[in-house]
Design a protein around this ligand. Structure first.
Ligand SMILES: [Zn+2]
Ligand SMILES: [Zn+2]
Length: 150
């Protein structure tokens, strides 16, 4: 799938034609990070980052003691990719991807949602606890409270 930032300086292709999982997260961290009502996160097998010269990186600790690397376009500031060193998957911000099928999205941290959740969606009041990509376990890639799944 093609992905790009708002200004178009950074563009890249995802390694698979659809994400392994897609999350829409209503936690407060994601709301702040996105400057919006929710954050979105499409999980893909890890792939080489776009040209590092075009990206800036904001790093912050996760609740499980790891470091989350948040990559954004130097020019327009669009947040593009979240990654944790050593993990075999990473998260691409869903809004940057063309042609994403939003109907498959899993809605998490719905207890702090301020917009209606689409009917029939898979939802979790807090973070999902039994998926491979997002759970409370130390082994997981995602800690939704940290905004990775958002
Ligand atoms: Zn840009
Ligand atoms: Zn979140």
């Amino acid at each position: 799938m093609n992905a790009s930032c708002d200004c178009g300086a950074v563009s890249f292709k995802t390694p698979t034609p659809k994400p392994l999982a897609l999350y829409i997260c209503y936690c407060h961290t994601c709301q702040k990070q996105a400057g919006s009502a929710f954050g979105t996160s499409a999980i893909f097998p890890r792939f080489p980052l776009p040209d590092a010269e075009l990206l800036s990186c904001y790093k912050r600790p996760t609740s499980s003691g790891q470091t989350l690397y948040c990559y954004f376009c130097k020019q327009c500031g669009t947040r593009l990719i979240h990654a944790i060193p050593g993990k075999n998957v990473l998260s691409v911000k869903g809004g940057c991807i063309e042609g994403l099928d939003w109907t498959t999205a899993i809605h998490i941290w719905t207890k702090s949602a301020m917009v209606p959740i689409p009917e029939g969606s898979e939802t979790y009041s807090e973070g999902p606890s039994h998926t491979e990509y997002s759970s409370d376990s130390q082994e997981s890639f995602d800690q939704p409270t940290d905004g990775l799944a958002g």
